[in-house]
Each structure stands twice: as C-alpha cells, then as structure tokens.
Design a protein around this ligand. Structure first.
Ligand code: RB5
Length: 144
C-alpha cells in the first residue's frame, strides 16, 4: 500500500501519479489534499508518515510545489527517510543506498512524464541490503 499526500502546489501532479498507480493496479491511500485550494504541507507530511509508521502503508509519495518543504517536514519524523528526487538516478540510488521510504517531488519542478518515471524507479528498486548501507542507515537515528 502506497500513501499519497500533497499540498496545493502538488495537487495536479498527484492526480497524474494516481492515474499511473491505477494503470499498474498498485494500491494506494490518498491522504489529501483533495482540491487545489491553499493548504499547509506539514499536515500532509504528518498524515503520510503516520500511515507508514503504523504499518498501514509501506511507502509514501509526498508532493508540494518544490518538494522541499514537504521533505523537510517528513524527515523530522524518526523512522522516515524521505528523498526529494528530480531524476531517476537519485530515485534509484536512494532506494538502493538509503532504503528511502518516502519519495518527495515538486509539482512545480518536474513534469508529469518525468515524475512518473521517477515514481516507477522508486517503487521498483529494492534496497541493496549491503552492510555498509545498513550501517549508515542505522547511524541516521542511532549514535552507534
Ligand atoms: C506553497 O506555495 C509552497 O510553498 C509549497 O508547495 C512548497 O513548495 C514548500 O516547500
């Protein structure tokens, strides 16, 4: 299950991502916003990260205008590794190296075609499970 969230700056792109997920038959839960009126992105970062931490969803996709604010908000939550991606190289690397559990994108930064390729790469790339990457991920939230 994939958790989706956005603010007004990411609303249109989220609709494109929903179409893509549906075309692949991938299950998702949409945590809003549900219309393009101005809203506060940290609220949606919190909803999506909570859904991951309570086990409702395995991964999340968060979209705001730049992707920056919503990724900052998501990364404040322990256990969340949110990656702001503007290309497929980063989307692949963040899954392999960081085991990122949230993909962030900017609806005013990437077009729908690229955003869908980034999403596909993020969802389809497994974590490498390499010891060095596991150690580094552990060090993000633990002193040793
Ligand atoms: C909203 O105007 C905009 O600030 C927000 O979508 C995001 O880009 C913040 O980082």
């Amino acid at each position: 299950m994939i958790a989706l969230g956005c603010d007004h700056g990411g609303f249109e792109l989220k609709q494109e991502i929903i179409k893509y997920l549906e075309s692949r038959g991938l299950e998702y839960k949409d945590y809003g916003c549900y219309e393009p009126a101005s809203v506060d992105y940290p609220i949606y970062a919190r909803k999506v990260t909570s859904a991951i931490l309570d086990g409702t969803c395995e991964k999340g996709i968060l979209i705001c205008g730049t992707g920056i604010g919503i990724s900052i908000a998501a990364n404040k939550v322990p256990g969340i590794r949110a990656a702001l991606c503007t290309d497929c190289f980063c989307a692949e690397a963040t899954r392999q190296h960081n085991d990122a559990n949230v993909l962030c994108m900017g609806g005013r930064v990437v077009g729908p075609g690229l955003a869908i390729k980034i999403t596909e790469t993020f969802l389809d790339t497994p974590f490498s499970n390499d010891e060095r990457h596991k150690r580094r991920i552990h060090l993000i939230e633990n002193e040793e």
